[in-house]
Write a protein that binds this ligand. Structure first.
Ligand code: ADP
Ligand code: MG
Length: 355
């Protein structure tokens, strides 16, 4: 059902993704209502309405649901049961959320959908870590089952004598153990899917991380990554279909010598797609709004020969005077206040125009 411009879109989560969704929605004449537990979420600065309440507050969620025509989320660590009150108004639905927020379920789901992942084991105890090391070998990475982001909740086991320290480092929580992959590149598949099952892909960005945090995304990707895209895109769309996903879905991959391995999925717009704001005819943010409101798809073609996006992390945002003075640089500052180390404060995109 079409949700026409003028309607209100609810966004659960008030971070930079909610902010950029809200800006894109405003461009099409929608109003946004942000739902977030924090005092001054940066999305609320650019939205028509803001409800401050905990993500598990049933009453507040019900009132929020009544006030919006369609609702979406920009953050996956949300209580699935509480969100069920939004019923069909929530796009993507709770299935995408439930799978993406639990690493063990996510890995199983990816394999069932017929895509490949690194060898992995489900971990409940120190003994499970010992068995995983015996079976998979090292290096191996422990990742908490829930709440990990930007490399948080992860610890490497490089040799058997690091088993106990790694298990302590992740807080002895339910986790997965995953083989360390000697990838030659990382990339993502970003797609948007509509209620009728139609879908579009953008060019796949090649992504460089440091300390578990995305630093730079570039399109087009290298030829070696490009040769893995057919398999990667086929896997990504099978996952979107199995989830009945509506909106943007991002799948992170390791490009290995044996082909593409799925790292993780995000049922939402993604940092590796920020270049689409200026680098694609339709940004991931506008396209997500189009998909959940059932408007036609916009073109995902590149606007230039290439695009790159660099994150501004922590006090790197203090470089803004130099960046805003750089001709052609597209500077985005999220208005988050405190620039704590490791916090994503903004990004800058550069598009190489056709000659
Ligand atoms: P997050 O949810 O924090 O993004 P990821 O699982 O994507 O967690 O890990 C963050 C980054 O850490 C990855 O993009 C990659 O650079 C590195 N990494 C994660 N898992 C592995 C692995 N199995 N082998 C090699 N590098 C990995
Ligand atoms: Mg990741």
């Amino acid at each position: 059902m079409i949700v026409p411009p003028g309607s209100t879109i609810g966004i659960i989560g008030g971070g930079q993704l909610g902010r950029m969704l809200s800006i894109a929605a405003a461009g099409l004449g929608y109003k946004c209502h942000i739902f977030d537990p924090h005092d001054h979420p940066c999305a609320a600065d650019v939205a028509a309405r803001f409800t401050q309440a905990s993500f598990g507050d049933d009453g507040a969620l019900a009132a929020f649901g009544d006030s919006v025509d369609v609702a979406t989320y920009e953050f996956e660590n949300l209580p699935v049961e509480a969100l069920k009150v939004l019923d069909d108004k929530l796009k993507p639905g709770v299935k995408s959320l439930a799978i993406a927020q639990d690493r063990a379920r996510e890995k199983q789901f990816i394999e069932t959908a017929g895509a490949r992942v690194a060898p992995w084991r489900s971990i409940e105890s120190l003994d499970d870590v010992r068995s995983a090391v015996a079976e998979i070998g090292t290096p191996l990475v422990l990742k908490t089952g829930r709440y990990g982001y930007d490399g948080k909740g992860q610890a490497w086991v490089r040799s058997a004598d690091e088993i106990e320290s790694a298990w302590s480092a992740i807080g002895q929580e339910p986790a997965i153990a995953e083989a360390g992959i000697d990838f030659f590149a990382e990339f993502s598949v970003i797609l948007a899917r509509w209620p009728d099952g139609s879908h579009v892909f953008w060019d796949s960005p090649e992504n460089r991380h440091r300390d578990g945090i995305l630093r730079v995304s570039t399109v087009p990707c290298s030829a070696d990554v490009r040769s893995q895209l057919a398999e990667a895109q086929a896997g990504a769309i099978r996952m979107a279909e199995a989830l009945g996903h509506v909106g943007v879905l991002t799948v992170e991959f390791f490009a290995s010598a044996d082909g593409p391995l799925v790292n993780e999925i995000a049922p939402r717009v993604h940092n590796s797609g920020h270049w689409t704001i200026e680098g694609a005819v339709t940004s991931q943010f506008e396209q997500h709004i189009r998909a959940i409101c059932d408007l036609p798809a916009g073109s995902t073609a590149l606007t230039g020969l290439s695009a790159s996006m660099e994150n501004l992390i922590g006090d790197e945002v203090d470089r803004w005077p130099e960046l805003v003075a750089e001709s052609g640089a597209h500077v985005h500052i999220y208005g988050k206040g405190d620039s704590r180390p490791g916090r994503k404060m903004g990004h800058v995109s550069r598009i190489i125009a056709p000659t």
